[in-house]
Design a protein around this ligand. Structure first.
Ligand code: ADP
Ligand code: ZN
Length: 803
């Protein structure tokens, strides 16, 4: 009788309603209402959905001011207490509404359009069956069909495991079921039947003996047939004789069930062993410890993850394993599934709503030990986590690019702290932020400096494309690369060719000296705008006309730079008519599963060359690839972003890592107009540490992350002058209120200034005192919400892209 009030976050996403409201818990709900359940409550004149985030016995508000909860929508909490408190941290961290965060945590099957079914699974009172279930075993559950007493009764039955609730997404997906057999558990009867069997009834004898060995169990028909190798007819007879009865079991959709090869534990080498021991050591002492596992490509990081996971399972705990993008890492999924089989759940945005809901449910029920997934999987409803792994931690996909702009890496660390467990961030090319934290001792640094097995890192040659173009006509292939391609084709070895389209398009570069015009204030590549015939800096707004001669060498071959994969493919066919080429880019991989199929084809040697955009740079592990060619290293250097060098270094290192992963040594050829650039030079030497030191010095000099916090404020409006004017006001207001040490750049149009009929402007803030700035930004957001009109303003902490 103690908890009589509930605090509820209502489904009204505005700044004004971004706080819990107090409601009365009606007497008949007191025993059933739990934290993390969804309810319906009156809000103004309407009824809205809300999440219960608190239960209290006292309130300062008077009873007259309060209204009661209308209905409970769930029979069990859909958000556990850990995720509830995570939601409140995240709302602040991402400047998002708490309701938005709560909804982000759940699969979309929970959002709208869902229909639930309640099913009787044990004896219930006859009058309950009659009154609530109308004499049936299974009925649709719509809370509006029931009064409060019925709901209370259902909740009680649910607690006693006498009924079960399943969700069906209306018209989208249904839970799929399959035929199954439930065996009798009446030993005496079954033994009698066995004795009474005719000698010739051999098949029936097999069935009976099997049932006697598995009394009362339920077996899916398919599986039973596989085990016993008997026909339908036998089972039908068995049903008639009441040895078993037919039933339905849930068929969980499993997009990766097909052809997974089991994998064996490998014997760890010494460096792997040391890393492994550190991680399991933290696990054994129940300590929150972030690790940065800096291991070169092919050093066997995955094997360390898998064996650490195995150790955690032995402690009856679960593992959360994040990867940048499942669609781009089918090999990784296969490796995890190969090791842990059906105890693996795979969660990612490419699943259908139904598949996603199924996986979520398996996790929530405690049926799986390890969850593998992309960004949103960080919200997996595991409640007993023993280890969190973030593979390729430097990848920008861990940050959601629209609202709520959460960073899965930070959430992984938050959850690790909550459970007091190790969190392993792994990469061959850690983000500067993470590497700097390891420097400071916030993360513990673990390094793998050699390739696992007998493999060696490939040698990397840099080819100066200025020379190629000086000698002959326009081409995407230097002589050097061409010779290598022919050589591999003759030897029957494979090649990966990457056309770098990161930051592709709008910048200019001198074809004689590689010079890219940079703005004098920010020292960043400027973006080309054909409409105004200018180059612009999108941080500070600096603008100048497009040069006709190069400022560095005086050449007039300064121009727009870029080419597409189709064009390269055509040139490749002309060059090597016999080569079998698989082209992988956004166009050819749009269909679900097509990327996986192409990779399998390549793995089966049905092609000689894999040509693709940066999507082929990650994770691929093919033993016969001995040549990697990067056609244009420069495009990512032209990104209008202070991360440009970092991204280039990462990309080149990753793609180089695809060569020579097994016995045969690999070679990499990088074509560039900027052979001297430090990002390219360090990538050539596989020298992450060298790159890290030089880039840190540059960041320090430019007041960039990780020395400064960066926040991007962006706004859009259907009218260009409106957004420009409003953003000027915002900048003015910030300059008035922010500490004088805060660096405020802009407003300026974004590099992609117009999208879907809206105009985009941005302001960049750089600062050191986060707490004060947060308060100011919250205030700004509040004001922007209140000022009605078409302006949409959003705040992005530590932005990963400025496009
Ligand atoms: P990373 O994730 O660091 O790029 P992988 O885990 O993909 O590296 O390992 C590269 C290759 O080395 C894989 O083919 C893997 O099977 C193999 N490998 C990993 N660890 C060992 C080991 N201890 N002994 C032999 N081979 C190993
Ligand atoms: Zn600038």
């Amino acid at each position: 009788m103690t908890k009589q009030f509930a605090q509820i976050i209502v489904d009204v996403p505005t700044m004004q309603t971004n706080q819990p409201y107090t409601y009365i818990v009606p007497q008949n709900m007191v025993d059933s209402l739990m934290l993390g359940m969804r309810v319906t409550v009156p809000f103004g004149a309407r009824q809205v959905m809300g999440f219960v985030v608190g239960l209290i016995s006292q309130t300062e508000l008077s009873e007259e001011q309060l209204r009661p909860i209308t209905k409970i929508l769930d029979l069990t909490p859909v958000i556990n207490t850990e995720l509830l408190s995570l939601s409140s941290y995240l709302a602040e961290e991402t400047f998002a509404f708490r309701i938005t965060i709560l909804q982000t945590m759940l699969p979309s099957a929970f959002k709208a359009n869902y229909e639930r079914t309640i099913k009787i699974i044990d004896e219930v009172d006859e009058d309950v069956r009659e009154r609530i279930f109308k004499g049936l075993d299974e009925i649709p559950f719509k809370s509006s069909d029931f009064n409060d007493t019925d709901i209370a009764m259902l909740l009680k039955l649910r607690r006693q495991h006498k009924i079960e609730v399943t969700i069906e997404v209306h018209n989208k997906v249904k839970i799929k079921t399959q035929l199954a057999y439930q065996f009798s558990n009446d030993i005496a009867f079954l033994e009698e039947e066995l004795e009474g069997l005719n000698k010739s009834a051999k098949k029936q004898k097999i069935v009976l003996q099997f049932i006697l060995g598995h009394l009362g169990e339920t077996w899916a028909k398919k599986e039973l047939q596989e085990v016993l190798g008997l026909s339908n007819e036998i089972f039908n007879q068995a049903a008639i004789k009441k040895w078993l009865k037919k039933t339905q079991v849930e068929l969980l959709r499993d997009p990766f069930r097909s052809e997974v090869q089991p994998t064996e534990l490998l014997k760890l080498n010494q460096q792997q062993q040391e890393a492994y021991e550190q991680v399991v050591g933290a696990s054994d002492t129940h300590k929150f410890q972030p690790f940065l596992l800096e291991g070169i490509t092919g050093s066997g990081k995955t094997e360390v993850y898998l064996q650490a996971a195995q150790h955690v399972f032995e402690q009856e705990k679960t593992v959360l394993f994040l990867v940048p993008e499942i669609a781009l890492t089918p090999q990784m999924v296969r490796r995890v599934k190969g090791r842990f089989g059906a105890q693996t759940a795979v969660l990612h945005s490419g699943l259908s709503d139904g598949e996603r809901y199924d996986e979520w449910r398996r996790i929530e029920r405690g049926d799986v030990k390890i969850v593998v997934g992309a960004r949103s999987a960080v919200f997996a409803p595991l409640d007993n986590i023993g280890l969190i792994i973030v593979d390729e931690e430097h990848e920008t996909t861990y940050k959601q690019s629209d609202n709520p702009r959460y960073d899965a890496r930070k959430i992984a660390l938050w959850r690790g702290d909550y459970y007091q467990i190790p969190v392993v961030l792994g990469s061959a090319t850690p983000s500067l932020e993470s590497r700097a934290r390891a420097q400071k001792g916030i993360y513990e640094l673990l390094t793998l400096t050699e390739r696992a097995g007998d493999a060696k890192l490939p040698s990397v040659q840099i080819i100066d494309m200025k020379e190629t173009l000086a000698q002959g006509p326009e081409t995407n292939f230097s002589n050097e690369l061409r010779i290598q391609l022919i050589d591999r084709l003759e030897k029957g070895e494979q090649t990966v060719l990457m056309l770098n389209r990161r930051g592709f398009s709008s910048f200019v570069m001198c074809r004689d000296c590689g010079y890219v015009p940079c703005d004098p204030n920010c020292n960043l590549a400027m973006t080309l705008h054909m409409d105004t015939h200018t180059l612009k800096c999108h941080y500070c707004g600096h603008e100048e006309s497009i040069p006709t001669v190069c400022a560095q060498c005086g050449s007039n071959r300064i121009r727009y730079y870029g080419t597409g994969t189709e064009k390269v493919e055509a040139e490749l066919h002309e060059l090597l008519p016999k080569a079998r080429v698989i082209r992988m880019d956004q166009d050819t991989t749009r269909k679900k599963g097509s990327m996986d199929r192409m990779l399998q084809k390549f793995g089966n040697h049905e092609a000689d060359i894999l040509l693709g955009t940066q999507m082929i740079a990650k994770g691929l592990d093919f033993p016969d690839v001995t040549l990697v060619g990067v056609l244009n290293a420069d495009t990512s250097l032209g990104l209008p972003d202070f991360h440009a060098s970092e991204r280039t270094f990462q990309l080149l290192t990753q793609v180089s890592g695809r060569a020579g992963r097994a016995q045969k040594p690999g070679e990499v050829f990088v074509q560039t107009f900027n052979p001297q650039h430090y990002a390219i030079a360090y990538a050539q030497k596989h020298d992450y540490e060298g790159f890290y030191r030089q880039e840190m010095a540059i960041r320090h000099a430019g007041n960039y992350a990780p020395y400064y916090y960066t926040v991007q404020i962006q706004a859009s409006h259907s009218e260009e002058n409106q957004v420009a004017m409003q953003m000027l006001k915002v900048a003015h207001w910030l300059r008035l209120h922010a500490d004088k040490n805060v660096i405020i750049l802009g407003p300026s149009p974004k590099p992609i200034a117009k999208m879907r009929k809206r105009y985009y402007f941005q302001i960049i803030l750089k600062f050191k005192q986060r707490h004060e700035m947060d308060k100011l930004l919250q205030e700004l957001q509040y004001r922007a919400q209140k000022a009605k009109g078409d302006l949409q303003l959003s705040i992005d902490r530590d932005p990963v892209s400025f496009m």
